[in-house]
Design a protein. Structure first.
Length: 623
């Protein structure tokens, strides 16, 4: 029953736990280099590293070959346009044949590069998504992340959409940067050599400027880059806000869809419509600001894009009109200028995608750091002490449960177990109830090790021998066999064992649907879902079972059948947290009581004073 505590404790959290939501986790002020280091470290330790690195050399070879063929195509401009100038028809057709060969080779290289791009992005996404999911679903992290502020809201957005966007944009931008760099290196030499023939005649003097067109291309591209940086400086933050608001809208729509039956019953469509429209308004507000920022950036990118049509001709015009260049050489110079300018202006042309990439990188790295830097155990100055006990006993001594993190029971108004010390033997049946205003769920989570806030000592048998049954059943998506076997493999139990368990739980009609895939939490009502959990009890045969109010609200006949299943496990120690007459009647348990503890004003004042006195010390330590 490895990790069974993790599996069955996965309960609907909309009703608890009754803890304070931590303030929003401050986004770390981390540099781009550090964030890239975090993601590179994750990539280097992933299983897709070999796949991506194996595609790298092939990609470089294709890019080099493409650059080489592009240089040949640019050189082809000179004889082709010279043939046009001379009206040499045979030479014109000969150059067209050469063009077909060059263009065919470039087309083939482009297709190969497109396939390599897609496969690299696919493997990058695989590695990133699997890494984030692995970090998220480590022991207790996913649940604890929900208390970390907005960083824990809508993790599905970061695990799915942000991971996809980051993987694809990283691949595209990296390959684009490498390709632009190689083209730049290739054509700077060509353009420098062409510039050596540019002779200027001014006031009776002749002179040349080494690398004249290279410097002109650098100045042109640099001015565009600076202007783009200034105009588009807000895009990174706006894209981050956009992703956050889109995630909130997506969650609202999903939540409404899953709860549409309850919304309709209480006639809450209008309220839900207003709430979703408020989220839509928030998204549109950010999108309008983003649209304005992109529009302003278009003035720069489109303006420089149109100017490049005539700028290289204007730059080379003095040499051409002085007779230093033929028409073919002029067009060859224009082509080389455009290639150098395109390579240098890669940053300008990709400023908006880079801003989106940086925003996504920030969201993904913040999410991953929140997971990897999370403490293995929730810490508190006022915490329960856990220790191991033999498999045949569970102990409770002076147990008090606080309702807030890092606060004693006396200041937050928690509760305590009246009977102490308590020793529960294997096979013994226990019921824990008490004051109506006590949040018994916190005791359930404290026994599971998820809420250690309070005082006293809890001795627990090995976790592999314990099964926790929350009030709200969890059924994973997939087949019914998978749901019954969870968290074990679907083939862990035989069909005969499953059939016997379903019969005992009153679900024999589901046997024919054992291998049917469905969202069973939508197909079955709440009582049937709980009955599946009890069928799993018969299959797992745990040594210890902790129940959280699972019988309350069930139909009497169904509740009696569930307690009948409990009696089939005489060797199991059972702790039922809640009030169930059916459980009392069927198992005659020993009853323990929880008593609410009112907050003591003197303790509250003392706690506040201690916190105030600790602030200067923390500031000094921070300095």
């Amino acid at each position: 029953m490895a990790d069974r505590v993790e599996s069955v404790i996965a309960t609907d959290q909309k009703d608890g736990p009754a803890q304070e939501r931590k303030p929003e986790r401050a986004a770390p002020n981390l540099g781009l280099a550090y964030r890239l280091g975090v993601m590179f470290s994750a990539f280097w330790s992933s299983s897709v590293r070999v796949k991506v690195l194996s595609l790298g050399p092939a990609m470089i070879m294709v890019i080099l070959a493409t650059a080489y063929m592009t240089v040949i195509l640019n050189n082809w401009n000179a004889p082709f346009y010279d043939a046009l100038q001379r009206r040499d028809l045979p030479e014109f057709f000969h150059q067209l044949k050469i063009f077909v060969l060059i263009a065919g080779a470039l087309l083939l290289l482009n297709v190969i590069q497109a396939w390599l791009n897609q496969m690299t992005a696919l493997y990058m996404r695989e590695g990133l998504t699997r890494d984030l999911v692995d970090q998220w679903l480590k022991r207790k992290r996913a649940l604890r992340l929900t208390a970390e502020g907005l960083i824990g809201v809508n993790p599905d957005q970061r695990l799915h959409e942000d991971a996809r966007t980051l993987a694809e944009s990283t691949t595209g931008l990296t390959i684009g940067l490498v390709q632009s760099t190689i083209l730049l290196i290739s054509f700077i030499g060509v353009l420098w050599e062409l510039s050596s023939g540019f002779v200027f005649h001014l006031w009776g003097h002749s002179f040349s400027i080494p690398g004249y067109m290279v410097w002109a291309a650098i100045f042109y591209a640099a001015s565009a880059s600076v202007l783009s940086r200034i105009v588009g400086s807000t895009l990174v933050k706006l894209n981050g806000d956009r992703f956050s608001k889109e995630a909130e809208l997506r969650f609202s729509l999903m939540h409404a869809s899953e709860s549409i039956s309850a919304i309709t019953v209480v006639r809450g469509e209008e309220n839900e419509r207003l709430r979703i429209n408020a989220d839509i308004t928030s998204v549109l507000r950010v999108l309008k600001r983003l649209a304005l920022a992109n529009t302003n950036l278009t003035w720069v990118s489109a303006g420089y894009g149109w100017l490049v049509v005539v700028v290289p001709i204007i730059v080379a015009a003095p040499a051409y009109f002085s007779g230093g260049l033929t028409f073919g050489q002029l067009m060859m110079s224009v082509g080389a200028f455009n290639q150098v300018n395109t390579a240098l202006r890669w940053y300008v042309a990709n400023f908006a995608p880079i801003a989106e990439w940086r925003a996504t990188l920030m969201r993904v790295t913040d999410f991953r750091l929140a997971l990897t830097e999370m403490e293995d155990e929730m810490t508190s100055r006022h915490a329960l002490q856990y220790h191991d006990t033999p498999v045949d006993r569970l102990t409770l001594e002076n147990v008090e449960i606080a309702c807030r993190v890092d606060a004693p029971v006396e200041t937050c108004g928690g509760f305590r177990l009246v009977e102490t010390p308590v020793e529960i033997r294997a096979g013994e049946k226990i019921m824990v109830n008490g004051d109506h205003n006590v949040n018994r769920r916190l005791l359930f989570q404290a026994l599971a090790g998820l809420w250690p806030c309070g005082a006293g000592q809890i001795g627990l048998p090995p976790q592999d021998d314990m099964l926790f049954v929350p009030q709200t059943a969890y059924l994973p998506g997939g087949t019914l066999r998978e749901a019954l076997s969870f968290p074990e493999a679907p083939d862990h139990y035989t069909t005969e064992e499953i059939a016997e368990a379903l019969e005992a739980a009153g679900l024999s009609d589901l046997l024919a649907r054992l291998d049917e895939r469905a969202r069973w939490e939508k197909v079955l009502d709440s009582d049937a879902q709980k009955a599946l959990v009890f069928a799993h009890l018969l299959l797992a045969k745990p040594r210890w079972v902790i129940f959280e109010e699972v019988l309350e609200g069930m139909e009497p006949e169904r509740a009696e059948r569930m307690t009948e299943i409990m009696t089939r496990l005489p060797q199991a120690g059972m702790i039922y947290i809640g009030r169930s007459e059916t459980y009392l009647k069927a198992l005659s348990p020993r009853v323990l009581h929880l008593k609410a503890v009112a907050a003591d004003p003197e303790h509250v004042d003392a706690e506040l004073k201690a916190q105030a006195e600790s602030i200067p010390a923390k500031r000094d330590a921070g300095r």
